[in-house]
Design a binder for this molecule. Structure first.
Ligand SMILES: Nc1ncnc2c1ncn2[C@@H]1O[C@H](COP(=O)(O)OP(=O)(O)OP(=O)(O)O)[C@@H](O)[C@H]1O
Length: 511
């Protein structure tokens, strides 16, 4: 497929408001794509790059290059060029990347250049496109959208599902099953104010300790174990203790869901900061305890010895899990079989309090009869935490003063809005350790898209977890609110910007 067709369709989608028109445009695009191009087409449509990072700075992107007169570039050629650029390293890398970029841009028409610069610069992100892309693909191959959705959930990516469906038609969709060794997106949770509210919403439920570690999906088969993060990155090599534990489980094959944590000798979880460096998926977040032993605590079981459990009720999945995993590797929980029973409610609230007093982040309340919704933020898991936090995206950073001269310090924080853009909510330089300041300076410099007298504007990619005391009205910021006493807790390298908290979520916290 020519890049020109993709660029044009992308612009048409952005200019159209109707959902069915957008879906029709996507269907047309898919029907023209070669199966092997589909993963790249899907990624570009969402405004992302398969290479994730090209290390091209805004300077190189801003330089004018003479355009080609006619479109000849194919999507595959662009992908190969960006792979080559991302692989450049060592001395003279900046100049070499620039040379390769200019060669690519020189082969593009003016319209394609505009698309490429915005794609590489991270300005093309379009929110909420995934659901429409699923429908567009379904219509292009003549399949039921629900079948496509199920395949994406189990196959892990729309791109791979599109490749299969375009090559072989709808029968390819049925081949996406939960397979050991192929991770699925984890189920996510909503928030409830307290345990009572969660029980009222869910009915019969389990109240589980909420550990503050790193989500891990562990696949075991034939005496081997592999570990994946919530973004499906493989981190097996980093966690020999977890793979040893998983290999020792009394099963031939299993897929387990849990949290990787560090426990002290009394079995209490250590703070997240202590383990981040061991499991950080991309750049390592600085940590003082890089050699801390880690372990996994499991809370769900997705399949065991060839039996898929995704559709089984939570209570049954837990029963099966408890058969193969023992404390301290089994999540601590209590069940509330009758949420109207005052004694049970009290026991649940008491359990949550004890867990927090004992160093847990809070609890997760889970409906006992819910299925496992891979990749969904289901209403059947509700997290209850005593401290409010938001995951926001860094939009810009200001140069520090005094001791912080030369370091990027004050962060401009944005929440996600429905159209995929980010709305600034305020700034903070609180809570940043020296190590984090150095780390963020390095990282944000690489994400810079524009230099300002006061600092840099960056590609909205880095997610940071912010604690705050409340949401208050403010005429200074576009959403009309700002955060009181915002402070940085940690960077969330495991969380992509599309999963950051939304403006609506922030507005809902306003009193
Ligand atoms: N018992 C548990 N059940 C489910 N998740 C748990 C449990 N204990 C800890 N977790 C962790 O809590 C996470 C969900 O709550 P958290 O507030 O950390 O959300 P988040 O990671 O900021 O955002 P998201 O809601 O997108 O996951 C899970 O992804 C998992 O890593």
């Amino acid at each position: 497929m020519l890049l020109a067709e993709l660029a044009r369709t992308s612009a048409e989608i952005a200019a159209t408001t109707g959902r069915s028109e957008k879906t029709a445009l996507l269907a047309r695009l898919f029907s023209h794509a070669e199966p092997d191009e589909a993963p790249v087409v899907v990624t570009y449509l969402a405004g992302r790059l398969p290479q994730r990072r090209t290390n091209l700075g805004w300077r190189a992107l801003a330089e004018p290059v003479a355009p080609a007169a006619r479109p000849t570039l194919t999507v595959s050629e662009v992908d190969a060029a960006l792979t080559a650029i991302a692989a450049v390293a060592g001395r003279g890398a900046v100049a070499e990347r620039r040379r390769l970029l200019h060669r690519l841009l020189g082969a593009a028409t003016a319209e394609e250049q505009d698309f490429l610069v915005r794609l590489i610069g991270g300005e093309l992100r379009q929110g909420a496109l995934d659901a429409m892309a699923v429908e567009g693909l379904a219509s292009a191959v003549g399949a039921d959208p629900r079948e496509v959705r199920r395949a994406v959930m189990l196959g892990g990516s729309l791109g791979e599902v599109a490749r299969g469906a375009l090559a072989e038609g709808p029968p390819a969709l049925a081949e996406f099953r939960l397979t050991v060794g192929r991770p699925v997106l984890p189920m996510l949770a909503h928030t409830a104010a307290d345990v009572a509210e969660a029980l009222d919403a869910l009915g019969p439920a389990a109240v589980e300790e909420k550990l503050d570690g790193v989500r891990a999906q562990v696949h075991v088969a034939d005496g081997r174990a592999r570990v994946f993060t919530r973004t499906l990155d493989e981190i097996t090599e980093r966690l020999p203790e977890v793979t040893r534990l998983a290999r020792g489980l009394p099963v031939g094959q299993a897929v387990l869901d849990g949290e990787v944590v560090a426990l002290d000798t009394a079995g209490r979880p250590l703070p997240f900061q202590d383990i981040a460096g061991r499991v950080g998926t991309r750049d390592d977040v600085p940590t003082a305890h890089a050699t801390l032993p880690l372990t996994a605590v499991f809370f769900d079981l997705l399949s065991v010895d060839g039996r898929e459990l995704l559709e089984a009720p939570a209570a049954e999945r837990h029963r099966e899990l408890a058969r193969i995993v023992e404390p301290p590797h089994l999540i601590r929980r209590i069940e509330v079989t009758d949420p109207h029973d005052a004694r049970q409610r009290e026991a649940a609230a008491g359990f949550a309090e004890r867990m927090v007093a004992d160093g847990r982040e809070g609890v997760v309340v889970k409906s006992l009869d819910s299925v496992y919704r891979a990749g969904r933020r289901g209403r059947s898991w509700l997290k209850v935490k005593p401290v409010h936090t938001l995951d926001l995206v860094v939009l810009a950073a200001e140069w520090g003063h005094g001791r912080r001269t030369g370091l990027l310090s004050n962060l401009h924080l944005g929440a996600r809005s429905a159209d995929g853009s980010f709305v600034m909510l305020g700034k903070t330089f609180k809570g940043l350790t020296d190590a984090l300041l150095r780390w963020q300076t390095e990282r944000l410099s690489r994400l810079a898209v524009a230099e300002e007298p006061w600092g840099v504007r960056v590609r909205p990619e880095l997610v940071v977890e912010i604690a705050f005391d409340g949401v208050q009205r403010s005429t200074r910021y576009p959403a009309g609110v700002t955060l009181r006493f915002a402070r940085v807790l940690r960077y969330r390298e495991d969380k992509p910007a599309v999963q950051a908290d939304t403006v609506e979520a922030v507005l809902a916290l306003r009193r």
